[in-house]
Design a binder for this molecule. Structure first.
Ligand SMILES: [Zn+2]
Length: 77
């Protein structure tokens, strides 16, 4: 999961597409069995890393870019 360092919202983002991008820009996300986010763009599914997020993701709430960090879950073990 990713947290916005500006407004602290978690996994609330949109992707920015370059003007040259030719696909339909259909975008969805879900969580896999490891509770990692999976993004599907035009039928291509992948697990984004922090570098990807800070290049392409914009926060839905505050509009910031380049502001993502990993959100660690509290684990009892
Ligand atoms: Zn934000």
């Amino acid at each position: 999961m990713f947290i916005c360092k500006n407004c602290k919202s978690v996994d609330k983002f949109e992707l920015m597409f370059s003007p040259e991008y030719q696909g339909s820009k259909s975008f969805s996300l879900k969580y896999n069995a490891n509770n990692e986010i999976e993004i599907t763009v035009d039928g291509y599914t992948f697990v984004p890393d922090l570098m990807f997020m800070n290049q392409f993701a914009v926060c839905k709430y505050c509009g910031q870019i380049y502001m993502w960090d990993y959100k660690m879950e509290n684990k009892s073990d």
